[in-house]
Design a protein around this ligand. Structure first.
Ligand SMILES: *[C@@H]1O[C@H](CO)[C@@H](O)[C@H](O)[C@H]1NC(C)=O
Ligand SMILES: *[C@@H]1O[C@H](CO)[C@@H](O)[C@H](O)[C@H]1NC(C)=O
Length: 178
């Protein structure tokens, strides 16, 4: 009799336990306070202080995680980086050929370059993705870092700021080539 009466409570407890584990899974990446702390550090790393930090928050949110995500910012960021790469090249050499401009754009803004920059910043540990998504994959890292540049452009209200942040975080070849 006692045992039977205890059953619904046991069931209730087990349900609570299961629920709390599910909630734990959603937060598998970072708790919201460590996410905020990571965004602070990220701003120092890229050398840009956001007026509207929610833009950076959105940039660090993959489409697999939320409908409110980095995609639109990422498109803007890629355009900004491409324009900045072409401008730098042509400022130095107005006779640069179309092929040279295209090659430079591909070099500095292609998947290899942005995945490397994203990994250098440790974005795989910050960007919010769904549990099944690999945050170290080049596609995720590139979407995230491009979205950072896009977020900077929107925050600053201009493209130059995005270009500056891009050259801050872009390591290697272009730094020596420029
Ligand atoms: C995630 O992606 C990285 C980079 O492509 C790869 O090295 C790693 O093995 C992947 N991890 C999983 C769990 O698939
Ligand atoms: C600038 O352009 C010249 C060609 O006009 C080239 O030789 C030089 O390497 C370029 N400098 C940089 C820093 O890209």
């Amino acid at each position: 009799m006692h045992l039977l009466r205890g059953f619904p409570f046991l069931f209730f407890f087990l349900s609570l336990l299961a629920l709390s584990q599910q909630m734990g899974a959603a937060e598998i990446h970072l708790s919201s306070s460590s996410f905020s702390a990571a965004l602070e550090t990220l701003q120092e790393q890229i050398g840009y202080d956001f007026q509207r930090v929610y833009l950076l928050r959105r940039a660090m949110t993959h489409p697999s995680y939320s409908l409110e995500n980095c995609r639109a910012l990422s498109i803007l960021g890629l355009s900004a980086v491409e324009a900045s790469a072409a401008l730098r090249l042509l400022l130095n050499d107005t006779d640069a050929s179309a092929e040279t401009v295209s090659r430079r754009i591909a070099e500095v803004s292609g998947v290899n370059a942005c995945a490397a920059s994203g990994a250098r910043l440790g974005l795989e540990k910050i960007v919010r993705v769904s549990p099944g998504t690999n945050s170290s994959s080049p596609a995720v890292l590139c979407a995230a870092i491009r979205a950072i540049f896009g977020a900077v452009a929107v925050d600053a209200g201009n493209i130059d700021s995005a270009g500056n942040v891009f050259w801050n975080v872009h390591g290697g070849s272009a730094a020596t080539a420029m």
